[in-house]
Write a protein that binds this ligand. Structure first.
Ligand code: AMP
Ligand code: ZN
Length: 111
C-alpha cells in the first residue's frame, strides 16, 4: 500500500470501483473513462510501479490467466481484444501502479 496511490485506495475499498474480479493477489474493475465498450483494468494488489519493477513471474502468469478468464466472461474472447500496459513516461502512464487494460467489444484502431 502506497499513500496517495489511487489504485491502492481502490484495493483497500477507500475509493469505490465497479469490480469484475477479485482474489488474494489481484483485482479487476471497470475503467472510469472507458475508450471501448469493454475497458477493464487488471491490477495486482502489491504496489509496483510498472512491469520493470515486477519480479514475481508467478503473479504475471496469474494475471494472464485472469485476463483470459475475464475475456471469456465478457464474451470478447472469440471476436478479439487487446491487452495494454503502459510503462513510464513515453507510454503516457498516468497511474503509477502496475495495471493491464483489457480493451474490447468493438473493432479497435491500429493504435
Ligand atoms: P494509464 O495511462 O495506463 O496509467 O491509465 C490509467 C487508467 O486508469 C486510465 O484509463 C483512467 O481512466 C483509469 N482510472 C483512473 N482513475 C480511476 C478510477 N478511480 N477508477 C477506475 N479507473 C480509473
Ligand atoms: Zn498502489
Amino acid at each position: 500500500m502506497k499513500e496517495d496511490c489511487i489504485f491502492c485506495k481502490i484495493i483497500n475499498n477507500e475509493i469505490p470501483s465497479t469490480k469484475v474480479y477479485e482474489d488474494d493477489t489481484l483485482i479487476a474493475f471497470n475503467d472510469i473513462n472507458p475508450i471501448a465498450p469493454v475497458h477493464i483494468l487488471v491490477v495486482p494488489k502489491v504496489h509496483v510501479e510498472n512491469l520493470m519493477e515486477l519480479e514475481d513471474n508467478e503473479l504475471l502468469v496469474h494475471i494472464v490467466e485472469v485476463i483470459k478468464q475475464i475475456a471469456k466472461e465478457q464474451g470478447i474472447d472469440k471476436e478479439g481484444f487487446r491487452v495494454v500496459t503502459n510503462n513510464g513516461e513515453n507510454a503516457g502512464q498516468e497511474v503509477k501502479h502496475l495495471h493491464f487494460h483489457i480493451l474490447g467489444g468493438k473493432k479497435l484502431g491500429v493504435n
